[in-house]
Write a protein that binds this ligand. Structure first.
Ligand SMILES: Cc1cc2nc3c(=O)[nH]c(=O)nc-3n(C[C@H](O)[C@H](O)[C@H](O)COP(=O)(O)O)c2cc1C
Length: 229
C-alpha cells in the first residue's frame, strides 16, 4: 500500500509519532512531508487556480511532490497538533492551495477510491475541531472513507505521555490500521459524497465557472460517467 503522510508541523512530536506508528502498522511505502519545511507558502488569493488553471499558481512547482504523492497514495494521512483549538497555520495554508480540487471545482477522479486519516493531539482539548479542519478538505476532494484519531495526550512532549495513554495509542492505531488494510480496494463513496457530487454536476451543467465546466465535460461527468465504479 502507498501512504502519503503530511505533518502540519516540522517536529517529530506526539502527533507525528502517532502518524508514524499508524503508517507502520498499515504497512507499505510511506512518503512523508513536514510543513512548513517542505512547503510554507501562503495562498496569495489570486484565484487563478479556480478561474483558470492550477498550474498557473505561483507555488505550483513546489506543490508537485505533494500532488504526486497524494494522487498515487492509497491512504493519505494528515497530522496536526492542536494549536488554539484548530489545525496549525502550516496545515491550513497547505490545504488552501488545494481548494481547486474541491468538488465545487475540479476534483480528481483518483480521490474517490482512497482512504484518509486525520490525526491530532492536544494537551487537553480541541481534537474534534482540528480533525474537522483537515477532514473538510479530504471530504470535499471526494475521499470516501475518512477516519479521525484524536488524542488528548496531557503532554507537551512525547516522553511526557503516561504509560496508560501510550497503551491507548497502541490499541487505537492497531485497530485503525487493520480496518484500513481490510478496506483497501473496497471503499466507495457514500450517500453524502454522491449527493454532493450530483449537486455540483447540476451546477457545472449550468456553467457557473467555464474552467470547471470544461474539466467536468472532459471527465465525462456531465454525461453518464462517474469517478467511482
Ligand atoms: C501554539 C500552541 C497552541 C496550543 N493550543 C492548544 C489548545 O488549544 N488545546 C490544547 O489542549 N492544547 C494546545 N496546545 C498543546 C498541544 O496541542 C499539545 O501539546 C500537542 O500534543 C503537541 O503535539 P506535538 O508534540 O506533535 O507538537 C497548544 C500548543 C501550542 C504550541
Amino acid at each position: 500500500m502507498k501512504i502519503a503522510m503530511i505533518h502540519g508541523q516540522n517536529h517529530v512530536g506526539s502527533t507525528c509519532r502517532i502518524g508514524r506508528l499508524l503508517a507502520e502498522k498499515i504497512g507499505g511505502e510511506v512518503t512523508e512531508f513536514f510543513l512548513p519545511r517542505d512547503f510554507g507558502e501562503f495562498c496569495v488569493g489570486c484565484a487563478t487556480c479556480f478561474m483558470k488553471d492550477e498550474t498557473k499558481c505561483p507555488h505550483h512547482e513546489k506543490l508537485l511532490p505533494f500532488i504526486k504523492a497524494m494522487d498515487e497514495a492509497d491512504v493519505i494521512i494528515l497530522t496536526s497538533p492542536v494549536y488554539v483549538y484548530h489545525a496549525t497555520g502550516s496545515m491550513k495554508t497547505f490545504l488552501d492551495h488545494f481548494g481547486y480540487r474541491w468538488m465545487v471545482h475540479r476534483p480528481r477522479a483518483c480521490m474517490f477510491t482512497k482512504q484518509a486519516v486525520c490525526i491530532s493531539t492536544a494537551a487537553g482539548a480541541g481534537m474534534k475541531s482540528t480533525n474537522k479542519d483537515m477532514a473538510d478538505s479530504l471530504f470535499f476532494w471526494g475521499i470516501p472513507r475518512i477516519y479521525k484519531l484524536g488524542m488528548a495526550v496531557a503532554a507537551i512532549r512525547f516522553d511526557q505521555i503516561t504509560e496508560k495513554k501510550r497503551a491507548t495509542i497502541e490499541k487505537k492505531t492497531t485497530v485503525l490500521a487493520s480496518k484500513i488494510r481490510r478496506n483497501h480496494g473496497r471503499v466507495k463513496p457514500g450517500v453524502k459524497t454522491k449527493a454532493f457530487f450530483s449537486i455540483m454536476r447540476f451546477l457545472h451543467k449550468k456553467e457557473i465557472n467555464p474552467a470547471d465546466r470544461v474539466y467536468w465535460e472532459a471527465q465525462g461527468w456531465l454525461g453518464r460517467k462517474r469517478p467511482w465504479k
